[in-house]
Design a protein around this ligand. Structure first.
Ligand code: C2E
Ligand code: MG
Ligand code: MG
Ligand code: MG
Length: 282
């Protein structure tokens, strides 16, 4: 089976092929080499405030710019990077690149940078000093950094809370990504020092057709409002979803309606278009 997939060109991560199979070992070797050869690239997706129509933040999303296979999406390599632990050096690389890049975009400390953070990065005891070093090197204001974590850090709640508290002491913000897709214990949400909740796009995609999804989105927004947690909707693709969210006073959105993740150059075009000109405020 693995021989065939080699013959017909390389096929990417398939959970069914399992860890330790030749296919996976080959991909693991390629991932390692890609890090050394600097084949990864960070794309940026804007986050908007729908009241002001301004870019208020940006999420850094990694891509693998493969010399032969072109741009590879994270779904094809992040799971293996997680399995093999390569997500730790990769994630730190993404953080460093994004912080350096976003520093150049700050005119008046107005763009919040969100970076996805794996549970494995959290479990690494050097995490706090690594982040400090990256921020210091770039002279980046820690309060402009948001780390996006997922419910999977719930594996070790007490340890996670301690790390999160340390990060918050530094001024860093914490966002709960993909909210509602996994364990989603409300007790967990209460215990965790969270600043932002991201509504997973799996709920958004059917929000106009599926009354259950609509109810879930409404509940998440109203819960976030009452807990005083910022809420951002991900995966907003059309005007109907946008007005649904506006009616619920969910004013921060991210999605293809406004822009997919784009390269550095294209993000700069968006910034020109959607950032307040200081000499000519709205
Ligand atoms: P995520 O953190 O939930 O990121 C949002 C994903 O939703 C991105 O996919 C983005 O392109 C996609 N998206 C945003 N708006 C829309 C929309 O309107 N419609 C649709 N169909 N999709 C939309 P992407 O870039 O493929 O990333 C997938 C996942 O890979 C991320 O989900 C995150 O879990 C992971 N990932 C990406 N970069 C990193 C990284 O640097 N570190 C770690 N640990 N994970 C990463
Ligand atoms: Mg994210
Ligand atoms: Mg998400
Ligand atoms: Mg997601």
């Amino acid at each position: 089976k693995t021989k065939e997939s080699g013959k017909n060109g390389f096929s990417f991560y398939q959970p069914a092929s399992g860890p330790g199979t030749p296919h996976q070992l080959q991909l693991e070797t390629e991932l390692r080499r890609a890090l050394e050869r600097n084949e990864f690239e960070v794309y940026y997706q804007p986050q908007f405030n729908t009241n002001t129509n301004e870019i208020i933040g940006v999420e850094a999303l990694v891509r693998w710019n493969h010399p032969e296979r072109g741009m590879i999406q994270p779904v094809h390599f992040i799971p293996l990077a997680e399995e093999t632990g390569l997500i730790v050096p990769l994630g730190n690389w993404v953080l460093r690149s994004a912080v350096i890049q976003c520093k150049k975009w700050q005119k008046s400390d107005s763009i919040q940078l969100s970076v996805n953070f794996s549970a494995l990065q959290f479990q690494n005891p050097t995490i706090i000093s690594v982040i400090k070093e990256i921020l210091d090197e770039a002279d980046f204001n820690p309060s402009l950094l948001t780390l996006e974590i997922t419910e999977s850090i719930a594996m070790d709640v007490d340890y996670s809370i301690e790390v999160l508290r340390n990060l918050k002491t530094m001024g860093i913000k914490i966002s709960m990504d993909d909210f509602g897709t996994k364990y989603s214990s409300l007790g967990f949400l209460k215990k965790m020092p969270i600043d932002h909740l991201k509504i997973d796009r799996s709920f958004m995609s059917n929000v106009m057709y599926d009354s259950d999804d609509a109810a879930i989105v409404k509940a998440i927004i109203s819960m976030a409002h009452s807990l005083n947690i910022n809420v951002i909707a991900e995966g907003v693709e059309d005007e109907n979803q946008l007005s649904f969210l506006k009616d619920l006073k969910c004013n921060e959105i991210q999605g293809f309606l406004l822009s997919p993740p784009v390269s550095v150059e294209n993000f700069e075009v968006l910034l020109q278009k959607y950032t307040t000109n200081m000499e000519n405020p709205l």
